[in-house]
Design a protein around this ligand. Structure first.
Ligand code: 4FV
Length: 245
């Protein structure tokens, strides 16, 4: 998977890929990360890429010309890669879109700054994605969020242990269950005895029940969208009785 990121702060992107799972993916050649510094596409001596908005109003916008030139160059370097603009006005990034993006050979990510970009650039963009309903100073963090979520889907990237987690969450469509590790007692709180029982059937049942209960409590929208499979209604009713609901 080749990622091309158009940004005025390339260091923010490369810096993140020095550590962790995505850093290892880069050194192992599972992913490539290329950045295009928007200022290299500026048509003035001061390397300016922003200007005031027509109609007045606060802040500055990134101009169309450097963006369109950078997109054209990135498309030549990463042929066939969709161009994704990260902005609060975009479609909310969900797991399905992440899996769809992981299926293509490359992505070109456009990281905005200032108040945003000239609207006419969107004609050269294939998708607009938001990572959430809040406003950041730049699109670099959203680009990194998308890159990491996509990279985690790539075969060979996650070790067995991580990929098990990935499958359980992505496949189940539920919030994750609680997890515990040594020591058995922390601040007077012990580990649920079922997890110490060695009875893997009971443990699987308990974990599913906890995921169902948590999702019903915290994200009823997710549960409504997913629905309940055979036997899960009873599990959830038992969970609610145990919680005294
Ligand atoms: N939330 C988001 N999901 O994707 N991008 C954002 C985001 O806040 N972008 C900033 C808005 C102005 C600045 O240009 C960059």
């Amino acid at each position: 998977m080749r990622f091309d990121v158009i940004t005025i702060f390339p260091g923010l992107i490369h810096g993140y890929f020095q550590e962790g799972i995505v850093g290892r993916a880069l050194t192992r050649g599972l992913i490539e990360v290329h950045t295009w510094n928007l200022r290299d596409f500026s048509d003035n001596a001061y390397r300016r890429v922003d200007d005031r908005p027509f109609g007045g109003g606060p802040g500055m916008l990134i101009m169309a010309a450097p963006l369109l030139a950078a997109i054209a160059t990135a498309r030549q370097a990463n042929p066939g890669a969709p161009v994704i603009y990260l902005s609060p006005q975009g479609q909310r990034l969900q797991q399905q879109a992440v899996q769809d993006f992981a299926a293509v050979p490359g992505l070109i990510l456009l990281a905005g700054r200032y108040e945003g970009i000239d609207e006419r650039v969107l004609a050269a963009v294939d998708a607009e994605c938001s990572i959430g309903d809040y406003v950041l100073a730049g699109g670099e963090l959203p680009a990194l969020v998308l890159m990491e979520a996509v990279a985690r889907q790539l075969p060979g990237l996650l070790g067995h242990a991580d990929s098990a987690v990935e499958d359980s969450f992505a496949a189940s469509g539920l919030l994750d269950c609680p997890h515990y590790t040594r020591p058995e007692v922390v601040a007077g709180e012990s580990v649920p005895e079922v997890l110490l029982s060695g009875d893997h059937g009971r443990i699987r049942r308990w974990r599913l029940q906890q995921s169902l209960g948590r999702t019903a409590e915290r994200r009823p929208d997710l549960l409504a969208q997913r629905g309940l499979q055979a036997g899960e209604k009873e599990l959830l009713e038992e969970y609610r009785r145990q919680c005294g609901e």
